[in-house]
Design a protein. Sequence first.
Length: 374
Amino acid sequence: MDLCELAPLHVRAIAPYPPGKPISELAREMDLDESDIVKLASNENPLGASPRALAAIENVFMEIARYPDGNGYALKSALSERFGVAHNQIVLGNGSNDVLELVARAFLSAQSSAVYAQHAFAVYPLVTQATGARGIEAPAKNFSHDPKAMLEAISSDTRVLFIANPNNPTGTLLKPDELLALIERVPESVIVVLDEAYTEYLPEELRSDSIAWIKRFPNLVVTRTFSKAYGLAGLRVGYAIASALVADMLNRVRQPFNVNSLAQAAAIAAMEDQAFLDECLEINRKGMEQVTTGFKRLNLSYIPSYGNFVAFRIPSGNQGNASTIYQSLLRKGVIVRPVGNYGMPEYLRVSIGLEQENSIFLSALENVIQGAST
Ligand SMILES: *Cc1c(COP(=O)(O)O)cnc(C)c1O
């Protein structure tokens, strides 16, 4: 008997999420020293975590025999104060991916559909499919979400619309006025998930006042994470802010202890360390300049990005193709991210690292491109 057939068709149809290659795996495969490997594949914070977050972890370390606070009272208090929302408007997640899944589990079923943009974050189709709902992909425009196409894609059974702003892996952004115009036109019967995983990297004038919009749009769910600018990807902690009624639905399908105690403590401390956050943003700004200048020098086109990563194009031809260049970079100990699964087979995505890491990446890239064309 084929045990796979015990799973419903919609589960069998799921293509698993391909994560960035871990350093330890490449070290094993290529017999490299872990310290010689540069990983720029998962949009992680190259400066690591705030020292204050690390100290906070040490303080709760001795208490790990106890369950975490299932209501996340202290972290919700910090978020509540920062954003001016009530505790019952906050849903904590084991990473914001967890929160995205809660939205799907709470609002989707085999009788409904979800809309997301072409080239949008891969987790949207995944969590949609897992519920048996139909995923509707709205065509992108120049790799960016196209609000008009997204509105047209909404059908009578659509319950959720996902927006990544900025989007990963394209790095594209809907400006505050464009985003507001889109949300205004979505029917109230559709939950709008506004995924702002990279919002901290935006200059002030491009940042939407999204949390304030929830008062006007009770169907709006804003999700954010501590994985990127706050450097806590390994701990898994993110959150959603929504109207109290929507947050209540999300909490009903949430596991009682989904955010561990170390993550809760570290997230609070990370939020308090504005100086560290500012330093991370500055390093990212300079690194983005360094990497894109390198692309121009190598005559490679790229998609201008508002995040901590950038997608660049390797045209197929005598320079090899994106997949061979990816492999050649691995052999040199540099891990980037192929994005063929995003419908971008000619692109690779690189995360912005420290100056030294960016240099190693750029020289390895120059080297493999020249190697491939001779
Ligand atoms: C990285 C990322 C997330 C956050 O993932 P976590 O589960 O919080 O680590 C969410 N959305 C997008 C678009 C991302 O790139």
